[in-house]
Design a protein around this ligand. Structure first.
Ligand code: RFL
Ligand code: PHB
Length: 399
């Protein structure tokens, strides 16, 4: 017997920020989509990742009707703190154009989008295994997958690859499409702890021995990161070692010492910068981490996933309303300039804040730049424009 078959306009592979945001944008434009997610709902809702969201992204989530809880619960920040040479500097970006950064966990954004999708009765399939796509160069594509051991089949006009860096859809790009990449020799060891943040907004500490980041999730939980070598084994980092390194790198003459407490989540994230030079082929379009990765320094990844969703949603709105394919054809060229701005920003912050070598010359060069960031309004204005969010390339809705 053949697998049960379903038809939709857009098949969305992956229920992370890119896939769920796209699903919501399409629903509000009357375009029907099915979202297929490999993991369980519990896993997706609990996955700890991003936390700092651009004003630009919050504006979009608000327009999409999924930001009520965000506006009640998010911390609203004006910028971040920078600490080096035991001295703390406040970089206030809000003063330039009245915008903010929001601290609200990625898992919360994902939960809000899932709740909206479920409330509207829209299809979202968890634990969809062995997703395969066929026919992206013909009029319709066929997506096969397995749920509870049962084979399933979905036929769609368009496939949105929103399945992250380790997903399957990237593999359907022709071999001739180049992937531009930079791999860094270090990773971030991230923790969640029950402690009070040392500063009221997030802080990057540039220490000659390496970066530490002191962020938060609300007023009693901290999210902190340490630069560690790329081949680090978490087993070598018991709590005491993590706290003593976080304290050492963040030591200052102007604030109390970092508070320590229970660590209830820890993970390692390798750092890399990746961009596929073409984010589409036939009827397959890649979004978010499936198409590009930024190192977490500067907090751009989730925001890029949402801006890609805007570009594709706009193009699909135009296509389904008028038959005009121009937005779809221009998808990569429309999305890429903003992606490269974010790459440049993340790379700059990564280069200045991390230790790459033990050459004192390198440290002095980085320190000179840190001093400019701390002292110059012009430098802060430039940083703030990107940190709070460059304009999205298109609106999400095609008018
Ligand atoms: P995701 O979130 O990886 O979602 C992909 C989804 O696809 C599913 N999937 C599949 N589904 C079906 N079939 C398959 N074959 C599949 N393979 C995978 C996965 O289970 C998953 O549900 O990608 P998306 O949607 O593109 O979103 C990207 C963001 O998650 C990512 O860019 C951010 O987390 C990056 N990031 C940050 N971004 C910010 O904007 N602000 C931050 O503060 C910030 N902090 C961070 C970060 C990333 C970090 N790590 C872990 C690298 C901090 C860290 C430590
Ligand atoms: C976070 O709060 O998780 C966070 C903060 C700053 C970054 C990345 C992530 O650069």
């Amino acid at each position: 017997m053949s697998a049960p078959s379903q038809r939709c306009q857009v098949a969305i592979i992956g229920a992370g920020p890119a896939g769920l945001a796209l699903g919501q944008m399409l629903a509000l434009q009357g375009i029907d989509a099915v979202v297929l997610e490999a993991r369980s709902e519990e896993y997706v809702r609990a996955r700890v990742r991003a936390g700092v969201i651009e004003n630009t992204t919050v504006d979009i989530l608000t327009e999409l009707g999924v930001a009520d809880r965000l506006h009640r619960e998010a911390l609203v920040h004006n910028g971040f703190y920078l600490r080096f040479d035991r001295t703390t500097h406040r970089l206030d970006f809000h003063r330039f154009d009245g915008r903010h950064a929001y601290v609200y966990g990625q898992a919360e954004i994902v939960a809000d989008l899932i709740d909206a999708r479920k409330a509207a009765g829209l299809p979202l399939v968890f634990e969809a295994q062995d997703v395969e796509v066929d026919g992206i160069d013909s009029a319709t594509s066929e997506i096969t997958y397995v749920v509870d051991g049962e084979p399933q089949r979905l036929v769609a006009d368009i496939v949105a690859g929103c399945d992250g860096f380790h997903g399957v859809t990237r593999s359907y790009l022709p071999a001739t499409v180049r992937t531009l990449e930079r791999v860094y020799p270090f990773a971030w060891l991230g923790i969640l702890a029950r402690t009070t943040p040392v500063t009221e907004e997030g802080m990057y500490c540039a220490h000659p021995d390496g970066l530490s980041v002191h962020s938060m999730r609300g007023t009693h939980i901290t999210r902190q990161y340490l630069q560690v070598p790329a081949d680090t084994d978490l087993a070598d980092w018991p709590d005491d070692r993590i706290w003593s390194e976080l304290k050492r790198r963040s030591a200052s003459d102007d604030h109390p010492e970092l508070e320590t407490g229970e660590i209830f989540d820890r993970s390692l994230a390798p750092l890399r910068s990746v961009v596929t030079e073409r984010m589409q082929t036939g009827s397959l379009f890649l979004l978010g981490d499936a198409a590009h990765i930024v190192p977490p320094t500067g907090a751009k990844g989730l925001n890029l996933a949402v801006s890609d969703a805007c570009v594709l949603s706009h193009a699909l709105g135009l296509f389904y309303r008028t038959g005009d394919r121009s937005g779809l054809e221009a998808y990569t060229d429309t999305a890429l300039p903003r992606i490269w701005q974010a790459q440049n920003f993340s790379w700059t912050l990564t280069s200045i804040l991390h230790r790459f070598t033990d050459d004192p010359f390198d440290w002095e060069l980085r320190r000179a730049r840190l001093q400019r960031w701390a002292e110059s309004d012009a430098e802060q204005h430039g940083l703030g424009e990107v940190y709070l969010g460059l304009p999205f390339p298109t609106p999400w809705r095609a008018e």
